[in-house]
Design a protein around this ligand. Structure first.
Ligand code: NAD
Length: 261
């Protein structure tokens, strides 16, 4: 359990990739602050599962990633409970699929706020605590869309490209502080986020569900397989190891070969 005594905040960890990352960190002994929306009973079940797995405390904070003061309060809460946070995983994200002419401005604002600006607020609040302890790991879930575009995803592609620039900048600022800052960029991972964009993509492209699965989603991925949340979690966990201390400012792909094409 190499993370015993360490604490982590994982945003957007009530579902999908974030939940898998929270489970992986807890399995190595970290105290984990879950974050994200969902049914209270389901969240409590996850929280209790993580506490049992880690042998440490697990908490849930419902901070809305569009609200800077709630992000800062969540960091304060983790600091008061455990010191740190030693590890921050910026993972909360949403998607909206539409051509530019019809793209609702409020969806642009929400995607930029949750997928990009929240990471600025999180790093701004957490980096001083990491500096004080001389150790830190910041991992953000970017996307293959941080490297390449797809039509009808203007806000998401812009936010994910921006996240890589933010990551590189903070990596340089913290390079001599024992802190690493990296992005993991998955291809398509089978989670509720992907499942829920299928109807919109069907509408935007005039396709059947099967056509979206094969001709849009898996068409991009040479392996013809979805990436799994557990594969991304194992990758994030590796970045928290001492052996990974030279990896900083990187945007690391786990996309089944998508961005090699
Ligand atoms: P998901 O929909 O399963 O989970 C998203 C999580 O974010 C949930 O816990 C949700 O409650 C939380 N969330 C949403 N809005 C929030 C807000 N305002 N405040 C706090 N939490 C909020 O999605 P996922 O597929 O697991 O995606 C996680 C991350 O991975 C996202 O950043 C996404 O862009 C990225 N990603 C996903 C894929 C994929 O194919 N699924 C691929 C590349 C990157």
């Amino acid at each position: 359990m190499f993370l015993k005594g360490k604490s982590a905040i994982v945003t957007g960890s009530t579902s999908g990739i974030g939940l898998a990352i929270a489970r992986a960190l807890a399995a190595e002994g970290a105290s984990v602050m879950l974050n994200g929306f969902g049914e209270a009973d389901a969240i409590e079940t996850i929280r209790a599962e993580l506490a049992a797995a880690s042998g440490a405390e697990a908490l849930h904070d419902g901070a809305d990633m569009t609200k800077p003061e709630q992000i800062a309060a969540m960091v304060d809460r983790a600091h008061a409970a455990w010191g740190g946070p030693d590890i921050v995983v910026n993972n909360a994200g949403i998607q909206y699929v539409s051509g530019i002419a019809d793209f609702p401005p409020e969806k642009w604002d929400a995607i930029l706020a949750i997928n990009l600006t929240s990471v600025f607020h999180m790093m701004r609040a957490a980096v001083p605590h990491m500096r004080a302890r001389g150790w830190g790991r910041i991992v953000s879930t970017a996307s293959a869309h941080s490297l390449v575009a797809s039509p009808n995803k203007s806000a998401y592609v812009a936010a994910k490209h921006g996240l890589v620039g933010l990551t590189k900048t903070v990596a340089l600022e913290t390079a001599t502080d024992g802190i690493t800052v990296n992005c993991i960029s998955p291809g398509y991972v089978w989670t509720p986020l992907v499942e829920s964009q299928i109807p919109d993509t069907m509408k935007a492209r005039g396709m059947t569900r099967e056509q979206v699965m094969n001709d849009v989603l898996l068409a991009a991925q040479p392996t013809k397989e979805f990436v799994t949340p557990e594969q991304i979690a194992a990758f994030a966990l590796f970045l928290c190891r001492e052996e990974a201390k030279a990896i900083t400012g990187a945007n690391l792909s786990a996309d089944g070969g998508w961005t090699a094409a």
